[in-house]
Design a protein around this ligand. Structure first.
Ligand code: CA
Ligand code: CA
Length: 234
């Protein structure tokens, strides 16, 4: 566990309007997945809008009934292309990504459901944050392999992976669950949401929010509530 990463649990008040925004986040991109029309998934922070191929928009999200999510089905090809190239230089390449999701498939055998990744099925150091044999995991070829417990309980969860220097940490619902050291660089493949990159690793279920941040010197985390609070109402 990296000492530089501090965690502040943001308590979401149940009463409407009882909101406290987390501080010291360095959010670079936030795909809120609130769209009710079109094929563009807007990045409300960084302007790096994603392109939706096949996911069903305008589905119910967590918490407030007004919050929306995208649903990814069993068919191949549905994917959100973010255009994001993750900084790949070791040491300087600190970053983190958090995905709020609810799976509708437990991936009981060898199939994988990718929440966020850059796995084209070929490149060295390809990798993904994914669901595999009921569990949440992060895997990179020639890099770290991290895993935690089952997430196929019909509930919303927030999964995350953070790289700080050569330390990689897997998070589930705000808690660090696993970590490893690796100096592996990430190849220059555009990251995607909900599938592999031109390769079939179908996630099946709902994704409500994806937050990407570089250099997480202070990560104020995290439960579902705090992510929900970040969204900007349109
Ligand atoms: Ca699919
Ligand atoms: Ca959402």
């Amino acid at each position: 566990m990296c000492k530089k990463v501090m965690f502040l649990v943001v308590v979401l008040g149940l009463a409407a309007g009882a909101q406290a925004l987390p501080v010291n986040w360095t959010i670079q991109h936030h795909w809120e997945l609130e769209e009710t029309s079109g094929t563009t998934a807007y990045d409300s922070v960084g302007g790096l809008h994603a392109s939706n191929s096949g996911a069903t928009i305008n589905q119910p999200g967590p918490g407030d009934p007004d919050f929306k999510a995208y649903e990814f089905g069993a068919e191949e090809g549905d994917v959100l292309s973010t255009g994001l190239i993750i900084p790949s230089v070791p040491v300087d390449g600190d970053w983190g990504v958090f995905v709020t999701f609810k799976t509708s498939h437990d991936h009981p055998t060898g199939d994988q459901g990718h929440l966020f990744g850059w796995n084209d099925g070929a490149a060295d150091n390809r990798g993904a944050l994914y669901i595999y044999r009921h569990n949440l995991g992060f895997w990179m070829r020639n890099g770290p392999a991290l895993a935690t417990g089952a997430v196929d309980d019909g509930k919303w969860h927030t999964a995350g992976v953070v790289r700080e220097g050569d330390t990689w940490t897997l998070y589930l619902d705000g808690d660090p669950k696993d970590s490893a050291n690796s100096s592996a660089a990430i190849p220059a493949i555009g990251a995607v949401i909900g599938n592999g990159v031109g390769y079939d690793y179908d996630f099946q279920g709902l994704i409500s929010d994806v937050v990407y941040m570089p250099e997480p010197a202070t990560v104020a985390l995290l439960g579902l509530g705090s992510l929900v609070l970040l969204r900007r109402r349109k």
